[in-house]
Ligand binder design. Structure first.
Ligand SMILES: NC(=O)C1=CN([C@@H]2O[C@H](COP(=O)(O)OP(=O)(O)OC[C@H]3O[C@@H](n4cnc5c(N)ncnc54)[C@H](OP(=O)(O)O)[C@@H]3O)[C@@H](O)[C@H]2O)C=CC1
Ligand SMILES: Nc1nc(=O)c2c([nH]1)NC[C@@H]1CN(c3ccc(C(=O)N[C@@H](CCC(=O)O)C(=O)O)cc3)C=[N+]21
Length: 284
């Protein structure tokens, strides 16, 4: 059986259309949602992601501002810049593009962003609120994944979800959101033994590894839902995920492609979080 492909691009387009409306309504009330992105250094991949975010804001009527800082900028300088944005009432969302140069402590930066403007959902207060199920900014990639599953009426409650990867930005929070939806969740990582034996039990399999072909036919149960988060750039410049798509699509019931899968949904949820921030975290 060939899997149904879940197009993140199509869903993203549909949701962005609805968001335009929401932004217009806010504008009519004198509120102009604005995202400030800080980009440190000139990593080409980061630049390209930031451009994607800028373009998406523009399409939706959200104001955006990109602050570029030198590769050798100090941590103190960056923290000062964040404080300035924290205090600026015209700025609703703050995103510091990761990864950062090695002289800068990533966690220190995340902790400095006001949790009320933390549209990435990386601040410890938002992570804690996500765990307890209180209102929070949800991390964009995990939130996008849950939105994709729901758009296809894929039931999550009672399903065995296996997450391969345990980073703070993808693996851990996607497992938490699946748990919040009443899935039974298993995490795998680089120290996991017999990976295929565990992933083969998954009704919902999330691959967030960052390695080409980390997931192949042997890892997948017949009829599983396969979500490919990986973004790997091949030598010819093309993008591919963590899943061997051609093998997987023959076994899965649903599968997300790369590109045009989870990536566009990540950006869409960032827009959603920026609109939420403009309304005020506690009033949305
Ligand atoms: N589509 C999107 O919107 C986004 C895509 N990405 C992409 O998703 C991928 C993952 O990103 P991120 O979570 O930040 O990456 P990290 O490198 O932070 O995490 C990778 C995880 O995979 C685990 N891992 C590595 N090798 C193996 C293996 N052989 N078997 C099982 N687990 C393994 C690691 O284990 P351990 O913890 O033990 O080291 C780690 O937990 C990347 O390709 C990234 O580019 C990221 C963000 C957004
Ligand atoms: N503070 C912070 N927040 C992030 O959300 C964040 C980050 N740092 N650092 C890097 C990762 C990666 N990430 C992606 C977003 C969109 C696509 C995306 O739109 N991808 C398109 C392809 C884009 C292309 O062609 O280059 C697709 O998959 O179809 C990919 C990856 C967000 N991240």
């Amino acid at each position: 059986m060939a899997a149904e492909i879940i197009s993140g691009r199509d869903l993203a387009q549909e949701l962005r259309q609805q968001m335009k409306q929401k932004v217009t309504e806010l504008n009519n009330q004198g509120v102009f949602p604005k995202l400030s992105v800080i980009l440190v250094g000139d990593n080409p991949a980061s630049k390209s992601y930031v451009n994607g975010k800028k373009k998406a804001c523009k399409e939706t009527g959200i104001l955006s501002d990109v602050i570029e800082m030198n590769h050798d900028t100090t941590e103190a300088n960056l923290l000062q810049q964040i404080e300035k944005l924290n205090e600026d009432p015209t700025v609703h969302g703050i995103l510091v593009q990761l990864p950062l140069p090695e002289q800068i402590r990533e966690q220190k930066v995340i902790d400095t962003i006001s949790y009320t403007k933390d549209v990435d959902g990386f601040h410890p207060i938002n992570i804690g609120r996500m765990m307890t199920g209180e209102d929070a900014f949800l991390p964009c990639t995990p939130y996008g994944i849950i939105t994709m599953l729901k758009s296809k009426d894929i039931s999550i409650a009672g399903k065995h979800a296996v997450v391969v990867g345990r980073s703070n930005i993808v693996g851990k929070p996607v497992g938490q959101l699946l748990l919040n939806e009443n899935a039974t969740v298993t995490y795998c990582h680089s120290k996991t033994k017999n990976l295929a034996q565990i992933t083969k039990q998954a009704d919902i399999l999330i691959a967030a590894v960052g390695k080409v072909n980390a997931i192949r036919a042997e890892h997948i149960k017949d009829g599983a839902v396969v979500v490919d988060v990986g973004i790997n750039r091949l030598e010819d410049g093309s993008l591919t995920g963590d899943v061997d798509f051609n093998e997987a699509k023959e076994k899965a019931s649903f599968i997300t492609p790369v590109p045009r899968g989870v990536g566009p949904m990540t950006i869409t949820m960032l827009l959603e979080n920026t609109i939420k921030a403009a309304k005020g975290l506690e009033n949305s």
